[in-house]
Design a protein around this ligand. Structure first.
Ligand SMILES: [Cu+2]
Length: 582
């Protein structure tokens, strides 16, 4: 392949700049275009062979003039995880499975995507059919952590949504097995949200077993001005057990449930909604262009058009995008810029540099996804506006209070006891002699650590006293970052966000206006190992807000099971009642 001098500079290289890929390039695999056989149980693994799955958009079971109603059932199932070393071998997973008026949908991981128009409310009924923890549910390394036979309690948090306290997924507001709960969501601003488990001390396990899904709220501006439909694609990064069940959850970084998948794209603009749903892994994403001769051309920039809080004002370009656990970034890739008319094949890799000291990978590079640019079809007439969504900085002159939250590992003996009897059975980091703390304290349902007034503007100082990364998630509202270690935030962080990535020993200042709801909300580290190890606190906005546990889950009746078409997932006792009642 020839590369012109002008193109070389466009990609940020000298004219002679050409790199060998830092991994073995599977030319044979790239030459294959046939889809994999669904029944293939081969144990050989060929990267970038499996087509990237895109979880289906869930249809509501009912629509009124104001509200859309959805059903999702939590179930144990087995899935042949594609792309792993033992491709096709069934793996035990816990899925969010959609139910429509046509019945139970096939299980998918990540869960089905919910797409809501701004201003329309939604009610999502989550039905817990997970039952009790079984011997073979979880990887060997985790078996000693939770009692086999315990009920698998679920909690649903719609991450980023300003839900009322009783619908926010408070960590002990359980949906017990064979109970259901209706969660009400206002959908009052357009952004990429995600729904995931939030059960006390079991969030890492429950999310890593598969319980995560994308939830999009959109407005007309986005439909009119940004790639939509088939060109608006969620990319969910997850890590879950390998088929052998012998390793921890972080063995593989999957994209939409597949390890090293391939996505065929047109040479046109695409919008990708990136979500880091891994339990403990920070991703450092960049793009690499290659051809079929194993040469690589670094340089395709990532254009960031959105953060946790939705679209940015002006698109920001970066060669590397750091995305912590729980964070969302929306990016735009114009593949027409990277389409090489004279090349046999056109490939762009999405890669991550494993430079996170906390996972000990130190400097290696892993390709996560392959974009294969296919022939042009001249259909992309979209011109991206210069201004996407106006951003207004909150005035520091209006600040009512400055608070500091220190994130640290504290010797167990120094941590005050808590009144929550069941808290923190998870093994702690770095070992069991320490607890992950906020201001020296561990999570306690009975304690409130901040009490801002409704509507108050506050500055929160987030301080990391450890050498590990802590992505700090604040429920209910978005904040804006004022500074990172006394310096301006990274360009792509300068927007509304609900997660702030605290690097080792970082100090971040953020500003937010507490609201729009009254009540108790959580703040915690989104490294789920740390969260489960008590690095969580709660603040209470205003006074007199609803109790987070004031809308408890309801038991499933035999009629519910029948109406939902999930009799096979309901327990025997419910079956008996059905038989006796009919
Ligand atoms: Cu942490």
């Amino acid at each position: 392949m020839n590369i012109s001098r002008r193109d070389a500079f466009k990609w940020g290289l000298g004219a002679s700049g050409m790199l060998m890929l830092p991994w073995t390039f599977p030319e044979k695999a790239l030459a294959q275009t046939a889809p994999p056989d669904d029944n293939d149980t081969t144990t050989t693994f060929t990267p970038f062979q499996v087509a990237l799955p895109i979880s289906p958009v869930l249809s509501p079971v009912q629509r009124t003039s104001t509200t859309d109603y959805y059903y999702i059932v939590l179930q144990k199932t087995q899935m042949p995880i594609q792309g792993l070393a033992a491709t096709g071998v069934p793996t035990n997973v816990w899925s969010y499975t959609g139910i429509t008026n046509r019945g139970l949908l096939p299980a998918v991981i990540p869960g089905p995507t919910i797409r809501q128009q701004i201003g329309r409310q939604s009610v999502v009924r989550f039905v817990n059919c997970l039952g009790n923890l079984a011997e073979n549910d979880i990887p060997t390394t985790d078996k000693q952590k939770w009692p086999i036979g315990e009920p698998i309690n679920a909690v649903i948090h719609l991450h980023g949504m300003a839900s009322l306290p009783q619908y926010d997924g408070y960590t002990v507001d359980y949906i017990q097995p064979y109970y259901y709960k209706d969660y009400h969501y206002p959908n009052d601003r357009p952004a990429t949200f995600w729904y995931h488990d939030h059960a006390l001390d079991r969030t890492r396990r429950n999310v890593a077993m598969g319980m995560a899904g994308i939830y999009v709220v959109y407005d007309q501006f986005e439909l009119d001005n940004l790639p939509s439909g088939n060109y608006d694609i969620p990319l969910v990064f997850q890590s879950y057990p390998d088929p052998a069940g012998a390793t921890a959850y972080n063995g593989y970084t999957l994209v939409n449930g597949v390890y090293q998948a391939r996505l065929q794209v047109k040479p046109r603009k695409y919008r990708f909604r990136l979500l880091n749903a891994t339990a403990t892994q920070t991703l450092y994403l960049s793009l690499l262009q290659t051809d079929a001769t194993s040469r690589a051309y670094p340089g395709p920039v990532i254009t960031v058009i959105g953060t946790d809080g939705g679209l940015v004002e002006k698109p920001v370009t970066t060669t590397e995008l750091r995305i912590g656990m729980g964070e969302r970034y929306e990016i735009l890739i114009d593949f027409s810029q990277y389409y090489l008319a004279d090349a046999t094949n056109n490939f762009v890799f999405l890669i991550t540099n494993n430079q996170d000291a906390s996972n000990g990978d130190g400097g290696s590079t892993t390709p996560l996804l392959l974009f294969e640019i296919t022939t042009p079809d001249n259909e992309d007439q979209l011109v991206i506006p210069n201004t996407l969504r106006p951003f207004k900085a909150l005035p520091t002159s209006g600040v009512r209070r400055v608070r500091q939250f220190v994130f640290d590992f504290t010797p167990k003996a120094d941590v005050p006891p808590v009144s929550d009897p069941n808290a923190s059975t998870e093994q702690c980091i770095p070992n069991q002699t320490q607890i992950a703390t906020i201001n020296g304290k561990r999570w306690d349902t009975q304690r409130v650590d901040a009490d801002p007034g409704l509507g108050d503007i506050e500055i929160w100082s987030l301080v990391n006293k450890t050498a590990l990364i802590h992505p700090i998630h604040i429920h209910l509202l978005d904040f804006q970052m004022l500074s990172r270690n006394g310096q301006p935030p990274l360009p792509y962080e300068q927007n509304w966000k609900d997660i702030f990535l605290l690097g080792p020993y970082d100090e971040i200042e953020i500003i937010g206006q507490l609201g729009p709801n009254r009540g108790k909300y959580m703040m915690h580290c989104h490294n789920l190992l740390h969260e489960d190890c008590a690095m969580m606190t709660q603040f209470e906005v205003g006074q007199g807000g609803p109790d987070p546990c004031s809308a408890p889950a309801q038991p499933l009746t035999p009629e519910d099971c029948r109406n939902l078409g999930i009799e096979d997932l309901c327990p025997k006792s419910v079956h008996t009642e059905i038989l006796e009642g009919s």
